[in-house]
Design a protein around this ligand. Structure first.
Ligand code: SF4
Length: 395
């Protein structure tokens, strides 16, 4: 049995450990690429959203590499995501792949423990002895998801300060491989130290005062760099500090009903959207308000073309929130036809706009804003963000 799952940025590290900790073999699809997207586009319904197409390409690649069990997250809606796994299975069978099993991973509410059924299906075991292995696998998965979140936080900050372009990207790549190879509890407990040690090796220019930009949007587009044209790296290389709440860790904690930050964002968004309508709509709205109040320089809202919940979020930001809050926002709707040059030009123009807005504010309210920046930015962000910020200042 050879298990596989679709790409979602660096999160393969956590998903892989979930299965290898159960002594199962895993084959990873190649990183999402032009070929995978081309295949997805060819075989998917034209109107379906982009993540559906990209993941079909990943699945085909995994099947060609010998996978015979595909694991795909499912939900009970409310958007098209509820239909992904079953429609993709049909398409793959129509493409001629008959000899595989598609196992759904129900993510609707992790406290309902449907995921235990998935693990039973994958291992083919439900005897009492397997449960201790399930616990170990889930602990490893959750710990690695948290560490990936820490790497993402540090990456967003360090790239804006690096003197030699590419250093942060190299450190992140090495850390992912190291995390993949760390398969003991002791190693995982110490891994935060490894992250800090590796990032402190980057030569930084701590005199910079980078723009602070939030990246928010639909989960697959936000986490998979190929489909979002690596927006985090592009902005980082323009010396912009990236703040991204969304990560696998953020999602898992939310699905266990323990994500109080998301609950805060829901509270902020409630006057505009009183319920979860799919995608990340409600949290994007909450984040826009939260980042505006925190004095951020801008926000990038990224989502797949035809994504109904995110288009709703965009409309509410444009028609309602922009009238109340002063936070520049740029929208990117990604699909297979997205051209890189147009994307880069728009990003550069957005960065120029944010710099001139900051200069304008400094010129008109110099003392007030200076104090404002010190107070807000240094207190904003997770504890790990603050630790990383301090590491840069101490270098
Ligand atoms: S969130 Fe958007 S992109 Fe994702 S399945 Fe729903 S409609 Fe499609």
């Amino acid at each position: 049995m050879l298990i596989s799952f679709p790409n979602m940025g660096p999160n393969w590290v956590a998903f892989k450990t979930l299965f290898t900790a159960l002594d199962l073999d895993v084959v990873l699809p190649d990183p999402t690429n032009r070929e995978a997207v081309k295949i997805g586009v060819k075989y998917s319904p034209e109107f379906v959203c982009f993540p559906f197409k990209a993941t079909i390409g990943d699945f085909k690649n995994a099947l060609d590499k010998g996978a015979d069990v595909l694991v795909m997250a499912i939900d009970c809606g409310p958007c098209r995501f509820g239909f992904y796994a079953s429609v993709q299975e049909r398409i793959l069978r129509d493409m001629g792949y008959k000899d595989f099993v598609m196992i759904p991973l129900d993510q609707a509410d992790l406290l309902e423990f449907h995921w235990v059924k998935t693990l039973q299906q994958v291992t083919g075991r439900s005897d009492p002895f397997i449960y201790s292995k399930f616990v170990k696998a889930v602990i490893f998965f959750v710990k690695k998801a948290k560490l990936l979140n820490d790497i993402q936080t540090a990456e967003g900050l360090y790239r804006a300060y690096e003197r030699n372009q590419g250093d942060t990207t190299r450190v992140v790549k090495k850390l992912l491989l190291k995390l993949d190879e760390t398969n003991t509890l002791k190693g995982l407990r110490n891994f935060k130290k490894v992250i800090k040690e590796d990032f402190t090796k980057i030569d930084v220019d701590k005199t910079r005062n980078p723009l602070k930009v939030a990246v928010s949007g639909e989960i697959h587009i936000s986490l998979e760099p190929y489909v979002n044209l690596d927006i985090r790296r592009k902005l980082g290389e323009m010396q912009v500090e990236i703040h991204q709440n969304l990560s696998l860790w953020d999602w898992v904690v939310h699905k266990f009903h323990l994500n109080y930050h998301r609950k805060w964002l829901e509270h902020l968004a409630k006057p505009y959207v009183p319920m979860d309508i799919g995608g990340e709509c409600i949290w994007v709205l909450g984040e826009y308000i939260d980042r505006a109040r925190a004095g951020f320089d801008g926000m990038a809202h990224i989502y797949p073309f035809t994504c109904m919940p995110e288009v709703t979020a965009r409309t509410i930001i444009t028609n309602k929130l922009k009238k109340v809050y002063d936070l520049p926002v740029i929208f990117f709707s990604f699909d297979e036809a997205m051209a890189f040059e147009g994307f880069r030009t728009r990003l550069e123009a957005f960065v120029d706009l944010m710099y001139s807005r900051r200069e304008h504010k400094l010129a008109h309210k110099r003392d007030y804003l200076k104090q404002d920046l010190d107070d807000i930015y240094h207190e904003y962000g997770s504890n790990f963000y603050k630790e990383c910020f301090q590491m840069i200042q101490n270098q």
